[in-house]
Ligand binder design. Structure first.
Ligand code: GLC
Length: 446
């Protein structure tokens, strides 16, 4: 991104975040409490596009007709789909909730909708993958969310707009579209989702664009319906935009995509707003066989900590293949993340931003009387947690509880607010950073 673009983006960003006022702020915070405490969730992009193995946008990217796309529908036979296995992977990774694509932009449904034949349950022994997902994840004690694409490249009344595979096609442009009819279908499907499957904790609508925003989708009425059946359900903000929409005009949390904001997100009264970065493990949401650009597990842990240090969540994606298997590289990364979470989860769950400025060697998170210093990057010499020294009760390495040597003075630095922590002795051994992803130091205050 060039400098001008960056400046404009940041400017817009600050205008937007400081110009919104959230009515019923307390209700919003109460409703999102469990989710803000959870901090870490699993996103699952799975559908007929997984067979094409070129991402969930394949139909649009390659401008396929519905007939051409049919070969993936026909070949989609996820014989290895085992939601219990997925749930165990998420749980072991330390995730507390999961969001599954029940219908993506291609319109093909993983749930047994009575309003269409364009669904997997029509074959595949009538299995409803969404129900299996919900049962399995609930059984592991995770909260459950459904991703529903309000865009639909299959429905006959969804117009030739935006990223539609046939957008701009002169033949399709001649057709007339009955928007109300599409909305009726969309409302009907969402009503099925919020009435047929028990308690749904979260609904992730995706997404709005151009003038297809807000009331074009009848967002007020839609949310009212959702709330009628699922009073505690929370929703994302994409009925009014996409990943770059920082408003909460509709919905309960902001959804930056493939990026972590520079600072926490606030309304115009300086009150913190709920947000969640969604992030891929390689460079795609849906399964892409050739994409082996996996993020190292350290980057995932540091990204999660970065989010929490600014009061945000991380929704980390997996894209199972067409048979229903989560790629083994994803499983491996999640396992390493899980091992770290097992020892250090205390510095993530229920945590948020601390008052201390971000240190160059990592991040701070905070919960109650404890500050967690996340030492992520090698640094010569001890780390200095400036400003806490007068109030510290104990300083320990979170992973093993060992007390760490601390001092107010070091190498001629004698300021009263210095608080130097060494994780090793003698000093200066940066390479002894006890965890190369993030060594968490718990500083308990009086
Ligand atoms: C975008 C993409 C979509 C993906 C989503 C995840 O909106 O269109 O494919 O599901 O981001 O955040």
């Amino acid at each position: 991104m060039n400098k001008i673009k960056l400046t404009v983006t940041l400017l817009l960003f600050s205008i937007v975040i400081f110009s919104q006022n959230i009515p019923n702020y307390n209700e919003l915070m109460t409703r999102t409490q469990w989710w803000r405490d959870a901090r870490f969730g699993m996103f699952i992009h799975f559908g007929a596009y997984s067979v094409a193995a070129r991402g969930e946008w394949v139909k649009s990217n390659e401008k396929m007709t519905t007939e051409q796309y049919q070969r993936y529908i026909d070949a989609f036979n996820p014989i290895d789909y085992d939601a219990k296995k997925w749930a165990k992977i998420a749980k072991q990774a330390g995730m507390k909730y999961a969001v599954l694509t029940v219908k993506h932009h291609d319109g093909y449904c993983l749930f047994d909708s009575k309003l269409t034949d364009y669904k997997l349950s029509n074959r595949f022994n009538g299995r409803d993958l969404v129900r299996e997902f919900l049962d399995a994840f609930r059984a592991e004690g995770l909260k459950v969310g459904l991703y529903y694409s309000i865009i639909d490249w299959h429905h006959k009344d969804y117009p030739n707009v935006g990223n539609h595979p046939q957008a701009g096609n002169p033949e399709r442009n001649k057709k007339t579209y009955n928007w109300d009819n599409y909305l009726k279908y969309m409302f009907g499907q969402i009503e099925e989702l919020v009435t047929n499957y028990g308690k749904i904790d979260l609904m992730w609508f995706d997404y709005s664009f151009d003038d297809y925003v807000g009331e074009k989708w009848k967002a007020t009425e839609l949310l009212k319906m959702c709330r009628k059946y699922q009073p505690d359900m929370i929703t994302d903000n994409r009925l009014n935009g996409s990943g770059d929409n920082y408003s909460l005009t509709y919905g309960d949390f902001v959804t930056p995509e493939q990026a972590i904001p520079e600072i926490s997100i606030k309304d115009n009264q300086g009150r913190l707003l709920p947000w969640e970065t969604c992030l891929t493990l390689n460079n795609h949401w849906g399964y892409v066989a050739s994409d082996q650009d996996w993020k190292p597990y350290e980057v995932i842990i540091q990204s999660l900590v970065d989010c929490v240090s600014k009061n945000g969540n991380l929704l980390l994606n997996v894209g199972p293949d067409g048979k229903g298997n989560i790629p083994k590289q994803s499983i491996e990364i999640l396992k390493q993340v899980g091992d770290w979470m097992q020892k250090n989860g205390e510095s993530i769950y229920g945590c948020g931003q601390s008052d201390l400025a971000k240190p160059e060697w990592g991040y701070f998170t905070k919960k109650g009387n404890s500050i967690y210093a996340h030492w992520c990057y090698p640094k010569i010499g001890p780390i200095n947690v400036k400003g806490v020294s007068q109030k510290v009760r104990t300083t320990t390495l979170l992973s093993n509880g060992a007390e760490l040597p601390v001092s107010r003075k070091w190498w001629g630095l004698t300021g009263e607010d210095n608080f130097f922590i060494n994780t090793s002795s003698p000093l200066n051994h940066t390479f002894l950073l006890p965890d190369k992803a993030d060594a968490v130091i718990k500083i308990e205050l009086k």
